[in-house]
Design a protein around this ligand. Sequence first.
Ligand code: HEC
Length: 143
Amino acid sequence: MVPAFILAALALLSACETKECHETKPKLAPNQPNGSSALASAMVAMDGQLQMVLEGVMADPEKEWGKYTLPSHNLFALEPTDGSMINGHYMIHAPLYHQAIQQFNQTPSKEHFNAVVSACADCHHGTCPGPLTRIEKRRPKVH
Ligand code: HEC
């Protein structure tokens, strides 16, 4: 008989393997059986918001950034899939992400949007590299 805590640990491990953070490994199951964490859901929303602004600017003949703002998510308040992702690197980069969002909202521009994408990528390098390819797609290609 395998003790229950070992089974629980194994279940946690395999759930972790399916996350985008471990994308380099083959996916064994389509998704977390009990849904995404609050942090992962916020991240998906953040990514969607970047994409919406980019698409809006690209569709605009004036390529006007000024009418957009980005919501700032409190990255310290949201529960992660796995507590080990909230490491020292995360603690340093969450405030830098907030700064980049604020800077964009104060003076929206291509450069400041790009700085937000960099803030996303910088944190991901040391916490959760899986979504980096996806994040790089949010770089503005417009002028
Ligand atoms: C302070 C660090 C940090 C910042 C800043 C950050 N992320 Fe994340 N991101 C994480 C961590 C940690 C996870 C894993 C969350 C989890 O699984 O609970 C994650 C997960 C994700 C995921 C995968 C979600 C899923 O379905 O599993 C995407 C996509 C993502 N982030 C995109 C972004 C984008 C886009 C930005 C910038 C707007 C951003 N991230 C900013 C740390 C960060």
